[in-house]
Each structure stands twice: as structure tokens, then as C-alpha cells.
Design a protein around this ligand. Structure first.
Ligand SMILES: Cc1cc2nc3c(=O)[nH]c(=O)nc-3n(C[C@H](O)[C@H](O)[C@H](O)COP(=O)(O)O)c2cc1C
Length: 387
């Protein structure tokens, strides 16, 4: 398999770290990049907060000096603000790639018409994508979307073609509708359909890749040019090692039914050490040890999923207050415990049940915005948190 080319940028592996709000910050990307090549997308940045130079947002859009390409995901609902944000990124040389988020299923966002509700409004979607591409000059712009609102209101085929015609450099599809949230299984056949229809640009597949084998299987089954990996790498940044190795083996002999590579199989202590390292990188990112400790707490269960760690130790790690305390707790992990195998593998992170999407009144009645909906959309960028 050839490297992933998105416009002028290239990633050594056809692997994209899915943007995840609250997760894929500079610290997590640093850790993940140590394990393998790919395109590592930052957590979502709201365009309004960026143009207003919100202090927290300006932190989110920072990269390590050696991070290349620098990939930003923008979330915006207003073409004018999206354009301003993209122009700012270009003028101030803040990134090398811009992804646009059209997949967020969070009710407080879709209720106002944003995220995964937005591609339903053809005029607005077209205008946002065209504006972003026009303002990006030479920077490649991509979109990331879901299949649609629900099975009766699918948008991905139309949105993919429209984005391609507007000049995007790649399209990523998460094979779920907004109504599915993170439940059930991602529909890879929709990804294959999109791949067939957009022959002239890269199509990236997303949803339910839990191992390097899954990634290769997605490529084989759908023909995608690259895979986008989200929850599978939570607490498992070494998955990027597996992905790189597996894609190299696959490239060497695509006809072999199974890929020959050596997966990372960290011992319990190695996992503990990675957790501490992650916490320290968060400390540098936030420039605040306490903030880093609060943030690392949510990662504890992911790192130790499937490993035998006593409830008391887990509990204390999930309340950690300082790096010294975390190191002390990690020092108490049993040094004789190796890789537990299957218990570590398979699904992790959010799952849940399908939910009737919350949409503005009358949203599905027309594929064009009315005045009232346009007014509501102005609030759709406030307090957004990914998805
Ligand atoms: C905690 C979390 C935060 C997320 N934040 C974003 C986001 O900011 N932007 C986005 O496009 N998708 C976001 N997503 C969705 C993922 O990028 C990805 O599409 C989804 O998890 C499906 O891929 P997976 O099965 O590999 O996890 C988020 C997912 C999770 C679990």
C-alpha cells in the first residue's frame, strides 16, 4: 500500500488518528507518533473560538516542533466564520492540513443544526466547504462525516460528491448515522460505496478498527486509501506501531491472506510507564501539573483494560493529584504481569445505544435553511465538545 497522499501532504502510513475532543491533544499525539507514522489530527477546534483567539483554543492548536504534517480539525457552522478561521490558519502558518467536522452527534450540537445534522442542509454544507477550500489556498482541506442523520436521511453520497466538486483533497466517512451514536457496528459497505463513487480523490474509512488486522480488513473489503482510527487507540498508543508494521507487511505482499507482523504486547509495567509518560506530556501541554493529573484520570481505565490491576489501585490512580503520586502507584503494579492477550483487545471507549437525533423543529422538512434555523445555528458553536 502506498503512503497516504492528501493534497500536498504525505503520511508514511495510510493511517489517520481520528480527531477526538479532549484526547488527541499535543501530548497524546506526541506519544502516538513515537510508535508509528500516519496523519495525527488534533482535537476539534471551533472556528469562532479560534477567530476570537480564545486562550484555551490557542493552546489546542499548538504542535510539537517536529510534528509534520500539522493537522487541524475545525468545527464551524457559519461560512463566514469558517472562512475567517481558515484565513487565519493560512496567514499565521498554524497548520498544514485542515479537516472539517460534519460528524458530531452530540445532542446539544445537532439540536441547533450543527455537526452531523448539518450536511442535511445542502446550501449551508456547500457554502462552508467551498469557503474553506477557497480560503485555504494551497493547504489541503478534507471533510469527516457520518452516513447521515438516520437510515431514512442519508447524506454521505451527496455530501462526498459535493465536497469533491468543491475541491477537497480527501473525504473520511464514519460508517454510522447520527442516530446510531457509537452503538452497533459501523457499516463498512457504505464506505465501500463511497470509495466506488469518488474515484478521483482519497476516501478514508472510519469505524470499529480495534486492531491492525481490522485496518487491513477494512482496506481489503472497502478499497479505501487509508483508515481513521479513534477509540481503538485509547490507552493503547502502540496500536500505531502495529498499524505501521501491518501496512508495511501488506504492501510487501497484498495477496497474502494474513499479514505477518509482530504486534506490540506491553507488560503491565510498560503500560504503567506509558501512562506516566502520557501524564508528563500533558503536564507540558497544559503547563500545569494539577490540570494534567485531572486529565490523565480518564485514561486510567483505558490503559489498564484487560490487565489484572486491583480495584483499590485503579481507584487511587483515577483520583491522582501529582506526578509523584502517579509514579508511586505505578511502582506498585505487579512487575511479573505480562501481556494478557484477548482481554486487552476488541472494543473500548464509548459504545451506548442508538438515540433519536435531536434536531431543530422542521429540520428535515427541507434541505435548505430557513430564517429561524439560521438564527438557531448561530448558537451551535457554543460549548461544543466533539464526537
Ligand atoms: C471521546 C471522543 C471524542 C471525539 N471527538 C471527535 C471530534 O472532535 N471530531 C470528530 O470528527 N470526531 C470525534 N469523535 C469521533 C471519532 O473521530 C471517530 O469518528 C469515532 O470514534 C468512530 O471511530 P472509531 O470506531 O475508530 O472510534 C470522537 C470520538 C470519541 C470517542
Amino acid at each position: 500500500m502506498t503512503p497516504l497522499r492528501i493534497g500536498s501532504i504525505e503520511a508514511a502510513s495510510p493511517v489517520v488518528l481520528a480527531p477526538m475532543a479532549g484526547i488527541t491533544n499535543r501530548a497524546f499525539r506526541h506519544l502516538a507518533r513515537e510508535y508509528g507514522g500516519g496523519l495525527y489530527v488534533c482535537e476539534m477546534i471551533t472556528t469562532r473560538a479560534l477567530v476570537e483567539r480564545n486562550a484555551e483554543t490557542m493552546r489546542l492548536i499548538t504542535f510539537d516542533p517536529d510534528e509534520s504534517p500539522r493537522s487541524v480539525q475545525l468545527y464551524g457552522v457559519d461560512p463566514k466564520t469558517v472562512g475567517e478561521a481558515v484565513r487565519m490558519i493560512v496567514a499565521e502558518n498554524l497548520a498544514d492540513h485542515i479537516d472539517l467536522n460534519f460528524g458530531c452527534p452530540v445532542p446539544k450540537v445537532t439540536r441547533k443544526g450543527g455537526g452531523s445534522a448539518l450536511p442535511w442542509k445542502k446550501d449551508l454544507f456547500t457554502s462552508i466547504v467551498r469557503t474553506a477550500v477557497a480560503c485555504a489556498e494551497d493547504l489541503p482541506v478534507t471533510i469527516k462525516m457520518r452516513k447521515g442523520i438516520d437510515d431514512d436521511h442519508l447524506t454521505y453520497e451527496w455530501a462526498g460528491k459535493t465536497a469533491r466538486d468543491a475541491g477537497v483533497s480527501a473525504v473520511a466517512l464514519h460508517g454510522r448515522t447520527a442516530a446510531q451514536h457509537y452503538s452497533g457496528q459501523a457499516d463498512w459497505s457504505a464506505i465501500a460505496r463511497l470509495r466506488e463513487q469518488l474515484l478521483d480523490i482519497p476516501v478514508l474509512g472510519n469505524g470499529d478498527i480495534w486492531s491492525a488486522e481490522d485496518a487491513i480488513r477494512m482496506v481489503r473489503e472497502t478499497g479505501v486509501d487509508g483508515v481513521v482510527v479513534g477509540r481503538g487507540c485509547l490507552g493503547r498508543p502502540w496500536l500505531f506501531h502495529d498499524l505501521q508494521q501491518a501496512f508495511e507487511a501488506y504492501a510487501a505482499d497484498p495477496s497474502r491472506p494474513s499479514v505477518d507482523y509482530q504486534p506490540a504486547q506491553p507488560s503491565l509495567r510498560e503500560v504503567g510507564d506509558a501512562l506516566v509518560r502520557h501524564a508528563r506530556l500533558l503536564g507540558e501541554f497544559f503547563d500545569d501539573e494539577q490540570h494534567a493529573c485531572r486529565d490523565i484520570r480518564k485514561h486510567v481505565a483505558w490503559y489498564f483494560k484487560g490487565y489484572p490491576v486491583g480495584g483499590e489501585l485503579r481507584h487511587r490512580m483515577a483520583l491522582v493529584e501529582s506526578f509523584a503520586e502517579l509514579e508511586d502507584l505505578v511502582g506498585q503494579l505487579d512487575p511479573t504481569v505480562g501481556y494478557p492477550g484477548a482481554d486487552v483487545e476488541g472494543p473500548r471507549g464509548r459504545a451506548g445505544t442508538p438515540k433519536q437525533p435531536h434536531l431543530p423543529d422542521g429540520w428535515l422538512d427541507s434541505d435548505h435553511l430557513n430564517e429561524r434555523q439560521a438564527e438557531l445555528l448561530r448558537e451551535a458553536e457554543l460549548s461544543v465538545s466533539g464526537g
